[in-house]
Ligand binder design. Sequence first.
Ligand SMILES: NC(=O)C1=CN([C@@H]2O[C@H](COP(=O)(O)OP(=O)(O)OC[C@H]3O[C@@H](n4cnc5c(N)ncnc54)[C@H](OP(=O)(O)O)[C@@H]3O)[C@@H](O)[C@H]2O)[C@@H](O)CC1
Ligand SMILES: [K+]
Length: 463
Amino acid sequence: MNGGPILTAAEMRAAEQAAFDAGVDDYALMETAGAAAAEIIWRAGHKRDALILCGPGNNGGDGYVIARILRDRGVPVRVAALGASRTLSGQRARAAWGGPIEDMMRAAPATQLVDALFGTGLTRGLDDAVAARLCVLAGAAAISHAVDVPSGVDSDSGAMLSAVPRFGTCIALGAYKPAHLLQPAAGRSGRLVLADIGIAVSSAVHRLCAPILSTPAADAHKYTRGLVAVVGGAMPGASLLASIAAAHSGAGSVRRFAIDRPIVGPHAVVNRRIEAPEGIGEALADERIDVVLVGPGLGRDADGRARLAAAMDAGHALVLDADALTLLGEEGARAIPAGAILTPHEGEFQRLFGDLPGSKIDRALAAARRSGAVMVYKGADSVIAAPDGRAAVASGASPWLSTAGTGDVLAGLCAGRLAVTGDPFRAACEAVWLHGEAARRAGPAFVADDLLGVLPAAIAARL
Ligand SMILES: NC(=O)C1=CN([C@@H]2O[C@H](COP(=O)(O)OP(=O)(O)OC[C@H]3O[C@@H](n4cnc5c(N)ncnc54)[C@H](OP(=O)(O)O)[C@@H]3O)[C@@H](O)[C@H]2O)[C@@H](O)CC1
Ligand SMILES: [K+]
C-alpha cells in the first residue's frame, strides 16, 4: 500500500544533504532533476514552442536546465526570469543555458508553459502582480507543467499562499510533497508525475496505492473470515448501508442490531431488533464477534449514548463513525478507546481534537498519537494515520463521493476489512482504497447504494 514516500521540504533537504555528504555533486543533482523533468515535458509537448519561467532559487535552476535540454532537442524555447539567480547551482544552470532571458512580467505566452519559479523554498505568497501574470501565462498555454510544486503553494501544508493557476501536470522531483496530495494545492494539477532524481528517500508517510488482497483460505468458514456487528439506532438507512458494505468487504458474516425493522437489504445480513440499550451488551457478548461498528444511524440522544457505551464496553475491536464521533466529541478525545478506527470528517475531527497545528497529515498523526487510535481523516484528501507514526494519503478520489451515505459505506468497509485482517491501519488503508475504487467504477451521479454493487468487482481487481 506504499505508493511512494511523502516528504516535507526539510525532509527533502535532509535527503539531498545525505546525497551530497555521500559525494553527489549539488549541480549534478540539479542536472539530473532538470533532465528528468525535461523528459516528461518533451513526451507531452515535443517541438511545440515553450516558455520556461525561472525563479531565483534552485527551482529556477531546474528551469534553466530544462530550457537548455529542450532547446538542444529542437524545441523553440524562450526563458523568462523573475530576477537574478541567487544559488550557485542556479547561476551555473543559467550560464549553461546561455540564451536570452526575458522579463517574466512582459513575456508573451507560448503553447507550452513550464513553471520553475518557486518550489519547496517558497516562504510567502508571490507578489499579486507576479501571481496574476503566472495565471495569465498558464491559462494561455495549451500544455502546462509545474516543476516540483506549483508556484504559490506551501509545499508542506498544501495551502495556497497566493493565486495559483491550474496546471496540466505537476512533476514531483525525487519524492511526493504534502502539497501534491493535500487540498487545495493538489486540485491545482490535473496529473501528478513522480520524477526519479536518483536520491534515496524514505518516510513513514506515503501515498496510498492499490492494496494486495487475498482470497479466503480453502478451509475458511464464516466465523474464520471475520464476524462484524453493526450497532445502529432508530434510523435504518445508514446502519444498513454500513452493514451491507461490511458484508461485501470480504468478511464472513454481519449482524446488525438496531431499533428498526428493515424491509430491504440482503438476507445474508442478520438483522436483530434490539429496543433497550441493555440488550446491545447481551447481543455483543458473543465471543465470535471480531469487530463492532457503531455510529451510522445511531442517534445522538440518551438512547444513542447508552448504545455507544454498551458497544464500547463489549471488549471487541471498534470502528467509530458518525453519531458515535459526535457523542465522543462532547466528552473530548480522552474518551476514545485505543486501538479503534475512527473515521471523522473535518467537523467531527475538530470537535474531537480541536485546532491542532500543521498540515492535515500532521493533525491526523497527532490525533492518532494522542488517542492511540487509527484515524481515517476524511475529505477529498483522506489521511489515514496510525499511532506509531505511519500515515497514508489518498488523493484523486471521485468528487461524486460527496453525497449522502458514502461515509456509512466507508465505515462498513473499515469494519469488514478489520474483521478480515485484524490490523487497524492496514484495514483502514484497504477500506479507503476500495471506497475510492468503487466510486470510480460507479461513475458520475451515483448514490451511496450504487457503491455496494461494485464492491465485489473492486475487490476482484486486487486479488
Ligand atoms: N536542493 C537541491 O539540491 C535540489 C533542489 N531542487 C529544486 O530546488 C527547489 C528548492 O530550491 P530552493 O530551496 O532554492 O527554493 P526555491 O523554491 O527555488 O525558492 C527559494 C528562493 O525564492 C525566494 N523566495 C521565497 N518566496 C518568495 C516569494 N514569495 N517571492 C519572491 N522570492 C521568494 C527565496 O528567497 P528568500 O525567502 O530568502 O527571500 C529563495 O531565494 C526544489 O523545489 C527543486 O525544484 C532540485 O534541483 C534537486 C536538487
Ligand atoms: K514551480
